[in-house]
Write a protein that binds this ligand. Structure first.
Ligand code: ZN
Length: 185
């Protein structure tokens, strides 16, 4: 297994729309394993292939406390949504930024598992938020797109400044705030 590099906003590759996964071969199994390792190490509770510069419709998540319940969704499609929930979200591709975002409170999703089998699942709470956030990534969309242009510009400038500092002073990475891990998707 290997840890993959996570693209960060405003990297234009994050705007790529993912293509469907057609073959459930060894390469896909390796990608899933690498994405899970990358997500747990970050740490985060969700990761879309788009974020590691692989433009296939595949996402992983694990919202359990003890990181024992990995969920894999391949070619996901939301069948129905219900209710409204506003919660604070962060994103591994938009480090150290947390914003309140409105999402459907409950969703029913159809997807394929790593063997290609089709399943349907009802999600709510953080699972529903996480899935919708990751499916946005697969469509080339980021949670900052829900904010005002002014706010998004401020975030872009802040991150570009931090990225420049990291390039000029490698190893001086910013510590992730403690509250981050629970909501970074
Ligand atoms: Zn994200």
């Amino acid at each position: 297994m290997a840890r993959l590099t996570i693209l960060e906003f405003p990297d234009p590759r994050l705007r790529t729309r993912a293509e469907p996964v057609r073959s459930f071969d060894a390469a896909v199994q390796r990608l899933i394993a690498d994405m899970l390792e990358t997500m747990y190490a970050a740490p985060g509770i969700g990761l879309a292939a788009t974020q590691v510069n692989v433009h296939r419709a595949l996402l992983v998540m694990d919202t359990s406390q003890d990181k024992s319940q990995a969920q894999v969704f391949i070619n996901p499609e939301i069948l129905s949504r219900d209710g409204v929930e506003v919660s604070e979200e962060g994103c591994l591709s938009v480090p150290s930024v947390f914003e309140e975002i409105e999402r459907a409170a409950r969703v029913r999703v159809r997807a394929q598992n790593p063997d290609g089998g089709v399943f349907e699942r009802d999600l709510e709470g953080i699972d529903a938020v996480c899935l919708q956030h990751e499916m946005d990534h697969l469509a080339g969309k980021l949670f900052v797109d829900y904010l005002s242009n002014l706010r998004r510009e401020r975030i872009r400038r802040k991150l570009e400044k931090e990225q420049k500092e990291r390039r000029e002073h490698p190893g001086s990475g910013l510590a992730t705030p403690a509250r981050a891990a629970a909501r970074v998707i």
